[in-house]
Design a protein around this ligand. Structure first.
Ligand SMILES: [Zn+2]
Length: 218
Protein backbone atom coordinates (compact mmCIF):
# COMPACT_ATOMS: atom_id res chain seq x y z
CA UNK A 1 0.00 0.00 0.00
CA UNK A 2 1.25 3.48 -0.78
CA UNK A 3 1.79 6.08 1.87
CA UNK A 4 -1.59 7.74 1.49
CA UNK A 5 -2.98 9.67 4.39
CA UNK A 6 -5.93 8.24 6.29
CA UNK A 7 -8.72 10.42 4.98
CA UNK A 8 -7.98 9.94 1.31
CA UNK A 9 -7.22 6.24 1.54
CA UNK A 10 -9.69 3.97 -0.10
CA UNK A 11 -11.02 0.90 1.65
CA UNK A 12 -10.92 -1.15 -1.55
CA UNK A 13 -8.43 -1.64 -4.36
CA UNK A 14 -9.81 -2.98 -7.65
CA UNK A 15 -13.03 -3.86 -5.87
CA UNK A 16 -11.27 -5.98 -3.23
CA UNK A 17 -11.84 -4.82 0.32
CA UNK A 18 -8.54 -4.03 1.99
CA UNK A 19 -9.96 -3.08 5.37
CA UNK A 20 -12.57 -4.57 7.66
CA UNK A 21 -14.02 -1.17 8.52
CA UNK A 22 -14.73 1.93 6.46
CA UNK A 23 -12.50 4.97 6.87
CA UNK A 24 -15.50 6.72 8.46
CA UNK A 25 -15.99 3.93 11.00
CA UNK A 26 -12.31 4.04 11.93
CA UNK A 27 -12.37 7.81 12.32
CA UNK A 28 -15.49 7.44 14.43
CA UNK A 29 -13.79 4.93 16.76
CA UNK A 30 -10.71 7.13 17.09
CA UNK A 31 -12.83 10.27 17.56
CA UNK A 32 -14.70 8.56 20.38
CA UNK A 33 -11.44 7.56 22.06
CA UNK A 34 -10.06 11.07 21.79
CA UNK A 35 -13.21 12.67 23.16
CA UNK A 36 -13.60 10.13 25.99
CA UNK A 37 -10.11 10.10 27.42
CA UNK A 38 -9.43 7.71 30.30
CA UNK A 39 -10.58 9.17 33.60
CA UNK A 40 -8.39 9.03 36.73
CA UNK A 41 -10.72 6.32 38.09
CA UNK A 42 -10.35 4.25 34.92
CA UNK A 43 -6.58 4.67 34.93
CA UNK A 44 -6.48 3.58 38.56
CA UNK A 45 -8.53 0.48 37.76
CA UNK A 46 -6.37 -0.42 34.76
CA UNK A 47 -3.31 -0.04 36.94
CA UNK A 48 -4.84 -2.56 39.35
CA UNK A 49 -5.71 -4.90 36.49
CA UNK A 50 -2.22 -4.81 35.00
CA UNK A 51 -0.28 -4.45 38.20
CA UNK A 52 1.57 -1.47 36.72
CA UNK A 53 0.79 2.05 35.62
CA UNK A 54 -0.68 2.05 32.09
CA UNK A 55 1.73 4.42 30.38
CA UNK A 56 0.43 6.20 27.32
CA UNK A 57 -3.21 5.24 27.89
CA UNK A 58 -5.57 7.29 25.70
CA UNK A 59 -8.94 5.78 26.52
CA UNK A 60 -10.71 2.64 27.59
CA UNK A 61 -11.56 0.95 24.30
CA UNK A 62 -13.92 -1.72 25.62
CA UNK A 63 -15.69 -2.23 28.91
CA UNK A 64 -17.38 -5.05 30.79
CA UNK A 65 -21.14 -4.67 31.26
CA UNK A 66 -20.33 -3.55 34.82
CA UNK A 67 -18.09 -0.77 33.49
CA UNK A 68 -14.67 -2.24 34.21
CA UNK A 69 -12.08 -1.65 31.49
CA UNK A 70 -11.48 -4.73 29.32
CA UNK A 71 -9.06 -3.28 26.78
CA UNK A 72 -7.35 0.06 26.49
CA UNK A 73 -6.24 2.21 23.59
CA UNK A 74 -2.61 3.22 23.97
CA UNK A 75 -0.81 6.00 22.17
CA UNK A 76 1.67 5.07 19.42
CA UNK A 77 4.45 6.96 21.16
CA UNK A 78 4.78 6.46 24.92
CA UNK A 79 6.07 9.23 27.15
CA UNK A 80 9.83 9.27 26.75
CA UNK A 81 9.56 8.71 23.01
CA UNK A 82 9.15 4.92 23.12
CA UNK A 83 7.27 3.57 20.06
CA UNK A 84 4.43 1.28 21.12
CA UNK A 85 2.76 -0.85 18.42
CA UNK A 86 0.16 -2.64 20.60
CA UNK A 87 -2.44 0.11 20.32
CA UNK A 88 -5.26 -2.14 21.57
CA UNK A 89 -4.17 -3.74 24.82
CA UNK A 90 -6.07 -6.38 26.78
CA UNK A 91 -6.32 -5.50 30.47
CA UNK A 92 -9.16 -7.54 32.03
CA UNK A 93 -7.57 -10.19 34.26
CA UNK A 94 -10.32 -12.73 33.49
CA UNK A 95 -9.77 -12.28 29.75
CA UNK A 96 -5.99 -12.35 30.02
CA UNK A 97 -6.14 -15.57 32.01
CA UNK A 98 -8.61 -17.30 29.68
CA UNK A 99 -6.59 -16.38 26.60
CA UNK A 100 -3.30 -17.39 28.24
CA UNK A 101 -4.82 -20.78 28.92
CA UNK A 102 -5.67 -21.21 25.23
CA UNK A 103 -2.14 -20.22 24.28
CA UNK A 104 -0.72 -22.69 26.78
CA UNK A 105 -2.82 -25.42 25.17
CA UNK A 106 -1.03 -24.78 21.88
CA UNK A 107 -3.83 -22.96 20.09
CA UNK A 108 -1.41 -20.70 18.22
CA UNK A 109 0.26 -23.55 16.35
CA UNK A 110 -3.18 -24.57 15.08
CA UNK A 111 -3.89 -21.00 14.01
CA UNK A 112 -0.64 -20.76 12.10
CA UNK A 113 -1.42 -24.00 10.33
CA UNK A 114 -4.89 -22.69 9.49
CA UNK A 115 -3.37 -19.46 8.15
CA UNK A 116 -1.10 -21.46 5.86
CA UNK A 117 -4.01 -23.44 4.47
CA UNK A 118 -7.05 -21.21 4.54
CA UNK A 119 -7.09 -18.47 1.93
CA UNK A 120 -10.21 -16.81 3.36
CA UNK A 121 -8.64 -16.64 6.79
CA UNK A 122 -5.47 -15.11 5.34
CA UNK A 123 -7.52 -12.48 3.52
CA UNK A 124 -9.54 -11.65 6.62
CA UNK A 125 -6.43 -11.52 8.78
CA UNK A 126 -4.76 -9.20 6.29
CA UNK A 127 -7.79 -6.93 6.45
CA UNK A 128 -7.61 -6.90 10.24
CA UNK A 129 -3.92 -5.93 10.02
CA UNK A 130 -4.59 -3.01 7.66
CA UNK A 131 -7.54 -1.88 9.76
CA UNK A 132 -5.27 -1.87 12.81
CA UNK A 133 -2.72 0.28 10.99
CA UNK A 134 -5.37 2.72 9.75
CA UNK A 135 -6.78 2.99 13.26
CA UNK A 136 -3.36 3.75 14.69
CA UNK A 137 -2.55 6.23 11.94
CA UNK A 138 -5.75 8.15 12.68
CA UNK A 139 -4.95 7.99 16.39
CA UNK A 140 -1.39 9.21 15.83
CA UNK A 141 -2.66 12.09 13.73
CA UNK A 142 -5.24 13.03 16.36
CA UNK A 143 -2.61 12.99 19.10
CA UNK A 144 0.22 14.46 17.08
CA UNK A 145 2.29 11.33 17.75
CA UNK A 146 5.05 10.19 15.42
CA UNK A 147 4.48 6.57 14.42
CA UNK A 148 7.23 6.34 11.83
CA UNK A 149 9.23 3.90 13.99
CA UNK A 150 6.41 1.37 13.93
CA UNK A 151 5.06 2.01 10.45
CA UNK A 152 3.60 -1.17 8.99
CA UNK A 153 3.87 -3.01 12.31
CA UNK A 154 0.56 -3.96 13.86
CA UNK A 155 0.22 -6.46 16.70
CA UNK A 156 -0.21 -10.09 17.61
CA UNK A 157 1.89 -11.31 14.68
CA UNK A 158 -0.39 -9.88 11.97
CA UNK A 159 -0.58 -10.19 9.05
CA UNK A 160 1.30 -13.45 8.49
CA UNK A 161 1.54 -15.14 11.90
CA UNK A 162 -0.47 -15.58 15.07
CA UNK A 163 1.90 -14.73 17.91
CA UNK A 164 -0.25 -13.20 20.64
CA UNK A 165 -3.93 -13.96 21.02
CA UNK A 166 -4.28 -11.28 23.71
CA UNK A 167 -3.50 -8.53 21.21
CA UNK A 168 -5.92 -9.98 18.65
CA UNK A 169 -8.70 -10.30 21.22
CA UNK A 170 -8.07 -6.70 22.25
CA UNK A 171 -8.59 -5.60 18.65
CA UNK A 172 -11.87 -7.54 18.49
CA UNK A 173 -13.05 -5.94 21.72
CA UNK A 174 -12.09 -2.40 20.71
CA UNK A 175 -13.20 -2.51 17.06
CA UNK A 176 -16.12 -4.92 17.33
CA UNK A 177 -17.01 -8.26 15.80
CA UNK A 178 -16.18 -8.85 12.14
CA UNK A 179 -12.83 -7.05 12.13
CA UNK A 180 -10.37 -9.70 13.28
CA UNK A 181 -11.36 -13.31 12.53
CA UNK A 182 -8.79 -14.77 14.93
CA UNK A 183 -9.75 -12.41 17.76
CA UNK A 184 -13.45 -13.11 17.19
CA UNK A 185 -12.95 -16.87 17.20
CA UNK A 186 -10.77 -16.67 20.31
CA UNK A 187 -13.52 -14.76 22.11
CA UNK A 188 -15.96 -17.49 21.11
CA UNK A 189 -13.58 -20.17 22.42
CA UNK A 190 -13.16 -18.53 25.84
CA UNK A 191 -16.85 -17.63 26.25
CA UNK A 192 -17.25 -19.99 29.21
CA UNK A 193 -14.51 -18.13 31.10
CA UNK A 194 -14.70 -14.63 29.69
CA UNK A 195 -17.48 -12.83 27.85
CA UNK A 196 -17.72 -9.02 27.55
CA UNK A 197 -21.48 -9.17 28.10
CA UNK A 198 -21.27 -11.36 31.22
CA UNK A 199 -19.65 -9.74 34.24
CA UNK A 200 -17.37 -12.18 36.02
CA UNK A 201 -15.17 -9.45 37.46
CA UNK A 202 -13.66 -10.17 40.82
CA UNK A 203 -14.30 -6.54 41.66
CA UNK A 204 -17.05 -5.03 39.50
CA UNK A 205 -16.91 -1.35 38.64
CA UNK A 206 -18.26 0.77 41.47
CA UNK A 207 -17.31 -1.75 44.15
CA UNK A 208 -14.88 -0.33 46.66
CA UNK A 209 -11.74 -2.30 47.30
CA UNK A 210 -12.35 -5.26 49.56
CA UNK A 211 -16.01 -5.49 48.56
CA UNK A 212 -15.44 -7.37 45.40
CA UNK A 213 -16.89 -10.72 46.36
CA UNK A 214 -20.06 -10.18 44.33
CA UNK A 215 -23.57 -11.22 45.35
CA UNK A 216 -22.68 -14.91 45.85
CA UNK A 217 -19.72 -14.06 48.03
CA UNK A 218 -16.78 -15.93 46.53
ZN1 LIG B 1 -17.59 -6.66 35.20
Amino acid sequence: MSANTGASENTSIDGVEVMALSVEAIEDLVGRALSHRASPEQIERVEKELGRYPRGIVAVGASCVCGNPLAVITRPLLPGGIPFPTTCYLTAPEAVKAVSQLEAEGRMAAWNEALAQDEDLRVGYGRAHRTYLAFRRALAQGLGDDESHIEGVSAGGMPSRVKCLHALVAQSLVMGEGVNPVGDQTLAEVKGLFDPVVCRCERPWGCAEGQGAGPEGR
